[in-house]
Design a protein around this ligand. Structure first.
Ligand code: SF4
Length: 397
C-alpha cells in the first residue's frame, strides 16, 4: 500500500490510528507537535517517541507529501519562491513573502488551472488535478519549519498560488481547519485569505462556514464585456451575480472584501474604467488592490506608466472606494503565479501533452458602451458612498 501523508489526518483520525496500534491518545498530540510546530525533517527526529513507534510511523506515513526541486530568492530577499515535486511527479509552486512583521506563505490549491485567464501563466498551462489537503498544508509547513529553525513563524497564509481554491473547496477547507486548529498549527482564521476568480457558489458556501477567513476577488475589469475576456469564469458568474454574492459574504462574516484589480496598459487602465469601477463598488465595504501587471514571457501584457496607475487610484478614491497600489515583489524571481513552473524543466507537462498557446492581449473594450448595453449608467463621481480612501504599503505581488 502506498504511504499516506501524516498531514492528511486530523488529530482525531491520528488518535484512532494510534489507538489501533495500542498507543495512548496523548501520543497523537506529541506527533502533531513535532509535525506542525518543530523544525524537524522526519519521524526519526521525534525523540520523545519510542524507536519502534518512529519506525512504524515512517513505514506507514509520509512525513511530507512534496519535495523542493528549485528555489529562487528575490534580490531584496523579501520573497522566496519554491518549486515542489509532488509524489506523482507533478509540480507546483509556493512563495514565502516578508513584510514588516508578517511572513506570508502563498499556496497553490491545484496543479494548473482549468480557467485559462489570459493574464495568468498557470492558466496557460492547463489543469492537471486538485491538490489534497495534505499537499496544501505541507506547502505551509515547509516554510514554517524553515522559519522555526530561525525562531520565527508563518503569520499569514494566502490562497493566491496556482489554481482556483473555490473549485477545490473540500480539500482547501480541510487544510484551513488543520492550519487554524490550536492542536496543530494554530494560525488565526483571520490571517488566512482565499483569493478567487469569482466562483459564486464557492463564495456563498464560504459565507456559511464558521471560520472567518478573508475573501479576495480577482475582479480585473469593471464590466462583463471586458471581464469575460480577462477572467473567463465571469461567463458563468457575471458581475451582477458576483457582486451580490460578495455582499452576502460581508453580511454573513463582517469581513471586508478585497478586490484585486491587475492594471494592464491600454486594456483596463483608462479613466473611464476607473470611473466605472468606482460606480460598481461605491457603497460596498471593500478595498481594492491595484496591481500593475507582472511582465511575463507568456503574455503581451505590460504595466501602465506610474502616472496612469496613480491617476486610476485617485479616480477610485474620488468615488469613495478605498484602494492601494500594491508593491510588485519578486519581479526577478518570476513571482507571477505559475511562472517559475512554466519556465522550469521540472514544470513541463508529462510527455506527449502539449502546452496551450500563449495568451493574447484582448482588445480594450469601451466600458461606457458595455455599460450602456446592459442599461447601466456611468454617473458622475462623488454622489454617494461612504468609504474613505486609505493606503497600505503591505501588498504583495
Ligand atoms: S488567475 Fe486563477 S482562476 Fe485564472 S487561470 Fe490563473 S489560477 Fe486559474
Amino acid at each position: 500500500m502506498p504511504k499516506i501523508p501524516i498531514t492528511g489526518l486530523t488529530l482525531k483520525e491520528l488518535e484512532g490510528v494510534l489507538a489501533a496500534w495500542g498507543e495512548p491518545a496523548y501520543r497523537a498530540k506529541q506527533i502533531a507537535d513535532w509535525v506542525y510546530r518543530k523544525p524537524v525533517q522526519g519521524f526519526a527526529e521525534m525523540t520523545n517517541l519510542s524507536l519502534a513507534l518512529r519506525e512504524r510511523l515512517a513505514g506507514e506515513f509520509l512525513f511530507q507529501s512534496l519535495a523542493p526541486v528549485k528555489e529562487v530568492t528575490s534580490r531584496g530577499r523579501n520573497s522566496t519562491k519554491v518549486l515542489f515535486r509532488l509524489e506523482d511527479g507533478r509540480t507546483i509552486e509556493s512563495v514565502l513573502m516578508f513584510y514588516e512583521k508578517r511572513r506570508t506563505v502563498c499556496v497553490s490549491s491545484q496543479v494548473g488551472c482549468a480557467f485559462g485567464c489570459p493574464l495568468c501563466t498557470t492558466g496557460a498551462c492547463g489543469f492537471e488535478r486538485n491538490l489534497t489537503a495534505a499537499e496544501i498544508i505541507d506547502q505551509v509547513l515547509f516554510f514554517s519549519r524553515r522559519l522555526r529553525a530561525a525562531e520565527n513563524a508563518v503569520t499569514n497564509v494566502v490562497f493566491m498560488g496556482m489554481g482556483e481554491p473555490l473549485v477545490n473547496f473540500d480539500a482547501v477547507w480541510r487544510a484551513i481547519e488543520s492550519l487554524v486548529s490550536p492542536d496543530l498549527l494554530g494560525l488565526g482564521a483571520r490571517r488566512i485569505t482565499i483569493s478567487t476568480s469569482g466562483i459564486v457558489p464557492g463564495i456563498k458556501r464560504l459565507a456559511q462556514e464558521k471560520l472567518q477567513v478573508n475573501l479576495a476577488v480577482s475582479l480585473h475589469a469593471p464590466n462583463n464585456a471586458l471581464r469575460d475576456k480577462l477572467v473567463p469564469p465571469n461567463r458563468m458568474y457575471p458581475i451582477e451575480k458576483l457582486i451580490p454574492a460578495c455582499q452576502q459574504y460581508y453580511e454573513a462574516t463582517h469581513r471586508r472584501i478585497t478586490f484585486e484589480y491587475v492594471l494592464i496598459k491600454d486594456v483596463n487602465d483608462s479613466p473611464q474604467h476607473a470611473i466605472e469601477l468606482g460606480n460598481l463598488l461605491r457603497g460596498i465595504n471593500c478595498y481594492v488592490n491595484l496591481i500593475p501587471v507582472n511582465p511575463s514571457d507568456y503574455s503581451d501584457f505590460r504595466a501602465p506608466p506610474r502616472a496612469r496607475v496613480e491617476a486610476f487610484s485617485e479616480l477610485l478614491a474620488r468615488h469613495h472606494v478605498a484602494n492601494t497600489v500594491r508593491l510588485r515583489r519578486g519581479l526577478d524571481i518570476e513571482a507571477g503565479c505559475g511562472q517559475l513552473r512554466a519556465r522550469s524543466a521540472e514544470g513541463h507537462r508529462p510527455a506527449g501533452e502539449k502546452p496551450r498557446s500563449r495568451p493574447k492581449k484582448p482588445r480594450a473594450s469601451n466600458p461606457s458602451d458595455a455599460a450602456r448595453k446592459r442599461g447601466e449608467s456611468s454617473s458622475a463621481p462623488g454622489s454617494r458612498g461612504h468609504e474613505k480612501r486609505h493606503r497600505r504599503g503591505d501588498g504583495w505581488g
